[in-house]
Design a protein around this ligand. Structure first.
Ligand SMILES: C[S@@+](CC[C@H](N)C(=O)[O-])C[C@H]1O[C@@H](n2cnc3c(N)ncnc32)[C@H](O)[C@@H]1O
Length: 508
C-alpha cells in the first residue's frame, strides 16, 4: 500500500491538521463527483464531470484494474515510485501531472492525483495480532469464567458479525477500564444489550445500557432473564444477580448537559462511582454528543466509540444550535470544513465488500447500477417530477435483462409508466453497452469514501486532543475486520490517573 501519512494510534496533532486541510482541499476539487448520485449517470452526464486525464485513463482500464485502484494493492507500484509519491505535496500535483505520462504502472499510467489521494486516508486494515486477539476476550472478574456452556449461552442470540465486533470491543474495553481503574460501564445506543451482557456476566462489570427504542429495551431485559434462568440451571450457586445489566430507555439529545447525564447514570447505578462510556456504532450525532459529554464530565474516566451512519450527522449549516456532529474540532470549525450529505453517505459504504466482489470476478452484479441509471433516464424523460423516486430493491441475477429489471423495480408503480418501446430504444441500448462506465464512476465515488471517513474520524480525534489538552490520552485504532464490519475505527479517550493526580497535587 502506498504509505499513508497518517498512522493510527496517536497521530501528532500538527500532522492531523495538515491531512485535514489537504483533504478539505481535495473534497472541494472533486465536489462534483462526490455529490453526484450514480442513478443520475445518464441524465446528468456524470462521465463528463471527471477530469479529462481521468476519463482517458478510466476508459482504458478493466474492471480488474479498478480493484487495484480501490484496494490497498499499491505495493504493486515500483518502490522508487512509492518513495517518491509519499514525499510530494498536493501543491506539487499540477507540476507532476504534466510529466506523469512518462511513468507506467502495470499496463497503464495512473493519474498522479489518484495515487496521492491514498496518502490522506487513515488505514483500515487490522493487524494479524489484532485478529488473534479476537479469539480471547478478557475475563476480569468473570462469574461465568471458564464455563464453556455458560459462555456459549452468552453468545447464543448474537449474530456472527456482532460476535466479531463484541469480542474485539470487550477486549479493548477491559484494557481501557483497567488503566482507568473503572468497574462501571455505560453503553449508549445499546440496542439489544449484547455488549452489556458480555461485559456484565462475562467480565464482571456493572453495566448500564441506554437506548431510545423501548422495544429493544424490553427485548434486552428478556434476554438477560433468559440467560440468568439458563445459567442457574447449569450452576445453582452462580451469583448472577449482582451483574444484571441495567437498561434505561432514554433519548440522548445533543443538547443534554453533563449535570443531566451524570444524574441519569447516578440514579441508574445508585452510586457516584466514576464510569466509562462505550458506544458500538452510535449513529449520527450520538457519537459527537458522547465525546462532548466525556470532555465535560471528569467523572467519565474513559470513552471508546465506533462511529456509523455519518449521513445522519448534522453539520453546522444544518442547525442553529452549536451542538452539531461535524465539524467538532476548533481547527475544522475555524477553517469552515463542510461535508455534504452525499459525501457523508459515500463514507458509509462498505468498500471492502465491494472490492471482494470485484476481486472474485463478480463484476457483472454491478450491471444493476447501469440498469438503475438507464431506468432513471427513461423516467425523467417522461415524468421529470418522478426523478430520484425510491424504487423496489432488485438484486442482479446472471443474465437478467433490462426489461426484467424494470418490471421488478417498478412493481409498486404504474406498470404502463415505461413502455416496451422505451426500454428497447437505441438510446437505452447504447447506455447499457456502456455499463462498465457506470461501474467505474461508482468506484471513483467510492474511492473518496475512506478520505471522507478519515476526515470525520480525525476531526473527532483532534477534538478530543484539543479539548483534553493532551494528545497522549486519545487514540484512534482499527479494531474490526473491515470485511465483516466496515466501520471499524475506535476512538479512545482515557483520563490519565497519574496526570490527573499530579494536576490536583499542583493545585493543592
Ligand atoms: C446502529 S445501532 C447499534 C446498537 C448496538 N450498539 C449494537 O452494536 O448492536 C444504534 C442504536 O442506537 C440507538 N440510538 C440512536 N440514537 C440514540 C440516542 N440519541 N439516544 C439513545 N439511543 C440512540 C438506536 O435506537 C440503535 O438501537
Amino acid at each position: 500500500m502506498i504509505e499513508s501519512i497518517i498512522t493510527t494510534e496517536n497521530p501528532p496533532v500538527h500532522l492531523v491538521k495538515y491531512v485535514l486541510s489537504n483533504s478539505n482541499k481535495i473534497l472541494k476539487i472533486y465536489k462534483n463527483i462526490i455529490d453526484a448520485y450514480v442513478l443520475d449517470f445518464f441524465t446528468r452526464s456524470h462521465w463528463n464531470k471527471l477530469p479529462v486525464t481521468w476519463r482517458l485513463f478510466f476508459s482504458t482500464i478493466t474492471l480488474d484494474d479498478l480493484q487495484i485502484f480501490l484496494s490497498s494493492h499499491w505495493n504493486k507500484l515500483p518502490v522508487t515510485w512509492r518513495l517518491f509519491f509519499s514525499t510530494i505535496t498536493l501543491d506539487d500535483l499540477q507540476i507532476f501531472l504534466n510529466v506523469n505520462n512518462q511513468l507506467s504502472c502495470r499496463r497503464q499510467v495512473w493519474p498522479l492525483e489518484i495515487i496521492c489521494l491514498h496518502k490522506f486516508s487513515v488505514p483500515r486494515d487490522i493487524s494479524k495480532n489484532q485478529i488473534a486477539e479476537q479469539h480471547k476476550y478478557c475475563n476480569m472478574y468473570s462469574s461465568v469464567n471458564h464455563n464453556v456452556k455458560l459462555e456459549k449461552l452468552l453468545w447464543k442470540h448474537v449474530k456472527n458479525k456482532k460476535r466479531h465486533e463484541i469480542k474485539s470491543f470487550v477486549n479493548l474495553i477491559c484494557r481501557t477500564a483497567a488503566i482507568a481503574k473503572c468497574r462501571y460501564v455505560v453503553d449508549v445506543g445499546s440496542g439489544l444489550g449484547h455488549l452489556d451482557r458480555l461485559l456484565a456476566y462475562g467480565c464482571g462489570f456493572r453495566t448500564c445500557g441506554i437506548e431510545c427504542n423501548e422495544k429493544l429495551i424490553v427485548r434486552a431485559r428478556n434476554l438477560d432473564q433468559l440467560f440468568e434462568k439458563q445459567a442457574r440451571a447449569y450452576n445453582r450457586d452462580i451469583l448472577l444477580a449482582t451483574n444484571t445489566p441495567i437498561h434505561i430507555r432514554y433519548l440522548i439529545d445533543p443538547t443534554i448537559d453533563s449535570v443531566e447525564f451524570i444524574k441519569l447514570i447516578r440514579d441508574a447505578f445508585e452510586t457516584d462511582e466514576p464510569f466509562g462510556i462505550v458506544g458500538l456504532h452510535p449513529c449520527g450525532d450520538l457519537g459527537p454528543t458522547l465525546l462532548r459529554l466525556y470532555q465535560s464530565c471528569t467523572n467519565i474516566k474513559f470513552i471508546n466509540i465506533v462511529g456509523c451512519c455519518y449521513m445522519k450527522l448534522t453539520t453546522c449549516e444544518e442547525t442553529s444550535s452549536n451542538r452539531y456532529g461535524f465539524p467538532m474540532s476548533r481547527f475544522a470549525v475555524e477553517n469552515k470544513f463542510h461535508l455534504s450529505y452525499n459525501a457523508r453517505e459515500v463514507a458509509c459504504h462498505a468498500i471492502e465488500t465491494y472490492l471482494d466482489r470485484l476481486r472474485t470476478g463478480q463484476h457483472w452484479q454491478f450491471k444493476i447500477h447501469a440498469y438503475r441509471a438507464a431506468l432513471e433516464y427513461l423516467i425523467v424523460e417522461k415524468y421529470p417530477q418522478l426523478g430520484r423516486t425510491a424504487l423496489a430493491n432488485v438484486k442482479y441475477r446472471t443474465e437478467m435483462s433490462f426489461s426484467e429489471y424494470c418490471i421488478k423495480a417498478l412493481k409498486h408503480m404504474d406498470s404502463k409508466l415505461i413502455t416496451k418501446e422505451d426500454k428497447d430504444s437505441d438510446m437505452i441500448k447504447t447506455f447499457l453497452q456502456d455499463w462498465k462506465a457506470v461501474v467505474t464512476f461508482y468506484s471513483i465515488r467510492l474511492f473518496f469514501a475512506s478520505l471522507i471517513e478519515s476526515m470525520i474520524l480525525l476531526d473527532r480525534y483532534l477534538y478530543l486532543c484539543q479539548e483534553t489538552n493532551d494528545d497522549g490520552s486519545c487514540s484512534l485504532i482499527t479494531l474490526f475486520d473491515p470485511l465483516l464490519s466496515p466501520r471499524n475505527h475506535v476512538l479512545i479517550g482515557k483520563r490519565d490517573q497519574q496526570r490527573v493526580c499530579s494536576a490536583v497535587n499542583n493545585v493543592l
